[in-house]
Design a protein around this ligand. Structure first.
Ligand code: C2E
Ligand code: MG
Ligand code: MG
Length: 395
């Protein structure tokens, strides 16, 4: 046994058995039922993964989801359905809005390898999920981490898809947790936003990233720097002045800095947000609308604020070589951005095929695991050398 507990619920007995068999092969401890009424009896807080059929007689997957939410379940969920993929996507979104972890969606019939891949991704990340996410992180722990320099930045290259030139990097924060290992931003940024720690985190990120940009500049690497700003920090009217003053003091070039933002429903004052964005742009910063295509960024914001860059969410890019709907969304996003005079960056390029499709669609730049995962500054130095020597063969 690998210590991971999986529960599968599907009224189709054969399917429940199929999932159970695949998971057992992978040494999971499996509970399986074809009777949704048994769900609450079989459920326990220590279950790691729940594989759920969305459509079942008498009850449906969404009702079971409500049960999990009420019970503060920390299990990762896999949705299955024989119906349209859009239904699966809605279910996924609903679960994520309730802060539940969705491991993936599977459209029936699916192959054993597709399920295996999802389960494997859980196994690979399970060291992060071993601690109690309800109690973690505490505000104090987060504050301490920042003070103790347990937070650090990694950088992911942004590359021109035609010339293959590295244009810049995006700075992404990480937390070196004594128990949890390297904790990704999505685990603690929302928490920091709720607890007024986001200003301190942003200040750390911004200063570190700009300093690093200057170091690269001194070493002869001309790289632009993209920094993520939570909408929560775009609330201080004097931010544009302060930020510009800092960049000038550091001797850096404002026009090489891009501020990436998303829009959220939590935004308290839209007018003030737009005011700040407009003044940042007037000072010479570039503005990117991040995660375009998700609930976080709307068309309305796109025309209201002076964005110079549109970033297509990785969710669409990652799947665009297999999924026609994703590809359509990417295509439309590129057209839209160019019509609005913006340039486009695609996130989530996971293979060469996606790179080629994006390039042919006219996408300007890309980021993704296929070229490089986010790395420390030293890692980037090494990667840059390797990348430029490899590119020689394309010239
Ligand atoms: P984002 O700004 O959209 O960043 C891109 C995310 O996509 C990063 O996740 C990156 O590691 C991931 N990614 C890049 N290429 C690929 C790929 O090919 N495949 C896949 N599967 N993923 C890819 P990360 O670093 O976990 O960051 C998650 C989010 O956390 C970021 O999304 C950003 O919104 C937020 N974040 C990260 N650092 C900061 C920060 O310093 N401040 C603020 N406010 N937010 C941050
Ligand atoms: Mg970003
Ligand atoms: Mg993004």
């Amino acid at each position: 046994m690998n210590g991971i507990k999986l529960l599968v619920v599907d009224d189709e007995t054969d399917f429940a058995a199929f999932v159970a068999e695949v998971a057992e092969e992978m040494n999971f401890e499996v509970l399986s039922t074809d009777n949704p009424a048994e769900f609450s009896t079989l459920y326990s807080a220590d279950i790691n993964i729940i594989v759920l059929d969305l459509f079942m007689p008498a009850t449906d997957g969404i009702e079971l989801l409500r049960f999990l939410y009420k019970n503060k379940s920390k299990a990762s969920i896999v949705f299955m359905s024989g119906k349209d993929k859009s239904v699966l996507r809605s279910a996924k979104k609903l679960a994520q809005e309730q802060k539940m972890t969705v491991l993936g969606i599977l459209q029936k019939p699916f192959r054993a390898e597709e399920l295996e891949k999802l389960l494997l991704s859980y196994v690979q990340h399970s060291h992060i999920q071993n601690y109690d996410m309800n109690e973690f992180p505490s505000l104090e722990e987060l504050r301490q981490a920042l003070e103790n320099k347990d937070m650090f930045l990694v950088y992911q290259p942004q590359i021109n898809l035609v010339s293959r030139k590295v244009i810049g990097v995006e700075a992404l924060i990480r937390w070196k947790h004594p128990v949890g290992g390297e904790v990704p931003a999505s685990y603690f940024i929302p928490f920091a936003e709720e607890n007024d720690l986001i200003n301190d985190i942003t200040s750390f990120t911004t200063k570190t990233a700009i300093r690093q940009m200057c170091i690269w500049d001194n070493n002869g690497f001309d790289l632009q720097m993209s920094i993520n700003f939570s909408p929560k920090v775009l609330d201080n009217l004097d931010l544009p002045e302060k930020l510009a003053a800092y960049v000038i003091e550091m001797g850096a070039d404002i026009s090489k800095i891009t501020i990436e933002v998303t829009e959220t429903a939590l935004m308290s004052d839209v007018t003030r947000y737009m005011d700040i964005l407009a003044r940042l742009r007037m000072k010479g910063f570039h503005l990117a609308v991040d995660d375009f295509g998700t609930g976080h960024s709307s068309l309305q914001q796109l025309v209201r604020a002076p964005f110079s860059e549109l970033k297509i969410d990785q969710m669409f890019v990652r799947n665009m070589d297999r999924d026609q709907e994703c590809r359509t969304i990417v295509e439309i996003s590129i057209l839209l951005a160019h019509k609005l005079g913006m340039h486009v960056v695609a996130e989530g390029i996971e293979n060469e095929n996606i790179w080629n499709i994006l390039r042919d669609l006219g996408c300007d730049e890309g980021q993704g695991y296929w070229m490089s995962k986010p790395m420390t500054a030293t890692g980037i130095d090494r990667w840059m050398t390797k990348w430029s020597s490899q590119q020689a063969r394309f010239q």
